[in-house]
Write a protein that binds this ligand. Structure first.
Ligand SMILES: *Cc1c(COP(=O)(O)O)cnc(C)c1O
Length: 232
């Protein structure tokens, strides 16, 4: 017994409760299983249990598991730090790249997508806590970045993603999540061509309930589904 399907059911119930507590429906929330360090069999189990998508962090690991058919039956997202020289390996394989933090990266994605004759959906990752260690774009640059990306022919911005500073204090969590929600609304109100603010991806195992209460409609859960990761 891996417990994965029970965990997925429990997480979905929590998502529903959090959504309903603020007058929304659990059906509006996309549950992305953060699958890093879990093998193909475990990923398949999560898909069978009904997660809406899988999110992978590392290109090499994604390619290996992709070859093994790990993600069959669910959309695949890329959620980790992406180097420009690795873009070509994942464009066309993933339905959403959540971690786009620069114009340079977006240009490369657009170039690769154009070659394949597709449009790649992306989210813009924002470093909402302004932390040195985090890879998202600065909040103050977000508007200009989105506007510039909107001019690229073969990417389409569908929303925002963030990993806020780690905090166990609910008020602190809430502050960053609400800042993201406001940015999401403000960028949407600009009505840039070719941009739709549909997905606000925030919340992980420790804080997805709070994120949903603050407006997230996409959460990325790893530990809560697969248990603790064993770093080797
Ligand atoms: C690992 C990871 C998650 C999930 O983290 P958990 O705390 O295990 O739920 C979410 N988002 C990103 C970008 C991750 O790398």
């Amino acid at each position: 017994m891996s417990g994965i399907s029970e965990n997925v059911a429990a997480v979905k119930l929590e998502i529903e409760k959090a959504a309903e507590s603020c007058g929304r429906s659990g059906r509006e929330i996309v549950l992305v299983a953060a699958t890093k360090m879990n093998n193909a069999a475990r990923v398949r189990e999560a898909i069978s249990a009904g997660v809406d998508a899988c999110g992978e962090n590392r290109v090499q690991e994604l390619l290996e598991k992709y070859e093994q058919g790990a993600y069959d039956g669910a959309p695949l997202h890329f959620i980790g730090t992406l180097q420009t020289n690795k873009v070509k390996y994942i464009v066309g394989k993933v339905s959403l790249i959540q971690s786009v933090n620069s114009l340079k990266l977006a240009k490369e994605i657009s170039k690769c997508a154009e070659k394949l004759g597709i449009v790649q959906d992306i989210l813009i990752e924002i470093n909402i806590g302004g932390e040195e260690s985090k890879s998202g774009a600065d909040e103050k640059d977000a508007f200009e970045l989105v506007e510039n990306i909107s001019k690229l022919p073969s990417v389409r911005v569908r929303g925002l993603m963030t990993i806020p500073p780690i905090s166990h204090d609910e008020e602190t969590q809430k502050r960053f999540f609400l800042k993201m929600k406001q940015l999401f609304v403000d960028i949407g109100a600009k009505k840039y061509d070719n941009i739709s603010m549909e997905f606000l991806s925030m919340g992980m195992s420790g804080d997805y309930r709070k994120a949903i209460e603050c407006g997230a409609n996409m959460v990325r859960v790893g530990t809560g589904i697969f248990g603790a990761r064993h770093y080797v």
